[in-house]
Ligand binder design. Structure first.
Ligand code: NAX
Length: 327
């Protein structure tokens, strides 16, 4: 067994938290030889419920769970953490405008960014799940002056996995037969699921499906999958979101397979014409705990238009929260 690492999870008593903590504690995220100390953050009224979750975690007697810290103090939650999964966020209430939602989340993610900057390990890997995930990640990043901006990422992996699942169903393949899917841009209905470079059992996906299915069924189904789950289940995606968070962190920490990539929301750097300043979904390959954007992919006019539309939405979100950035 390696020596334990510290993993912070915010919103730990919520529904994603309940599906996520047991997977992390069981070793699914960082491996069966990597013990973890969980740092669980909740708002004060949720602490009794969180205590119940801690009791259940202990009752699992996981070999890889080396300790649990449960707190409502962000400075305690992020002390010396190696990984931080920021799940807790303010949901949209009745009559709430998007501007109000961004503002309410700013009040959560600005102090969390500062606390990470003050207390976390210098190479902390931060994943923002709480919506609007890309812009919440940007707010946290912009309030963390002493951390590398590349420490901050947002989750588009659920969208990536949804794309794999839809394409597998359509082509009669298994998700593991599918390589090189990309989710570009925002985790929202403007996201662009791109299969122009995708292979299914080594064959080009675009040769296996027709353009009409791709444009009129696949893309909207992936974009609207969250809403379809709410309609069916009466609650938003939780287990699949938790599973995607585990996948995102595992890929980042342990590396992607040779000849494949994953989608991560990461700071834009000018690649593919997306100027710096937003957290944008890109195809990335990872090695040794670092991610790199996959370069050199051909982008046609169909893709370019959709990549620009999701970028535009992210720039509008950025403009609405810029006053929350640390000077
Ligand atoms: P829940 O409402 O069940 O849980 C959220 C928890 O966060 C609550 O227990 C709440 O007390 C806690 N919380 C609120 N403010 C906090 C703060 N300042 N510090 C610590 N904890 C705080 O929501 P859940 O279904 O778990 O979803 C969590 C977030 O994930 C939501 O913002 C949701 O929109 C987002 N999602 C993001 C997805 C993605 O792909 N990026 C997909 C799934 C999900 O919709």
């Amino acid at each position: 067994m390696k020596s334990p690492v510290r993993v912070a999870v915010t919103g730990a008593a919520g529904q994603i938290g309940y599906a996520l903590l047991f997977r992390i504690a069981a070793g699914d995220m960082l491996g069966a030889d990597q013990p973890v100390i969980l740092h669980l953050l909740e708002i004060t009224p949720a602490l009794p419920a969180l205590q119940g979750v801690v009791m259940e975690l202990n009752d699992c007697a996981f070999p890889t769970l080396a300790g649990v810290v449960a707190t409502d103090d962000v400075n305690v939650a992020f002390k010396d953490v190696d990984y931080a999964l920021l799940v807790g966020a303010r949901p949209r209430g009745p009559g709430m405008e998007r501007k109000d939602l961004l503002e309410a989340n700013g009040a959560i993610f600005a102090p969390q960014g500062k606390a990470l900057s003050d207390h976390a390990k210098r190479d902390v890997k931060v994943l923002v799940v709480g919506n609007p995930a890309n812009t919440n990640a940007l707010i946290a990043q912009q309030n963390a002056p002493s951390l590398d901006p590349k420490c901050f990422t947002a989750m588009v992996r659920l969208d990536h996995n949804r794309a794999l699942s839809q394409l597998a169903e359509k082509t009669g393949a298994h998700t593991t037969d599918i390589k090189k899917v990309t989710i570009w841009g925002n985790h929202s209905s403007t996201q662009y699921p791109d299969i122009h470079h995708t292979t299914v059992k080594g064959k080009a996906a675009t040769d296996l499906i027709d353009q009409a299915w791709y444009a009129d069924t696949f893309i909207p189904v992936v974009q609207q999958r969250g809403a379809a789950i709410i309609k069916a289940r009466g609650a938003s995606s939780a287990a699949s979101a938790a599973s995607a968070a585990v996948d995102h962190m595992r890929s980042w920490a342990l590396g992607t397979a040779e000849g494949d990539w994953v989608s991560m929301g990461i700071p834009s750097d000018g690649s593919y014409g997306i100027a710096p300043g937003v957290i944008y979904g890109y195809p990335v390959a990872t090695k040794g705990g670092k991610y790199e954007i996959v370069q050199g992919l051909e982008i046609n006019a169909f893709s370019r238009e959709r990549m620009a539309a999701t970028e535009k939405e992210l720039r509008e979100e950025r403009a609405a929260v810029e006053h929350l950035f640390a000077k």
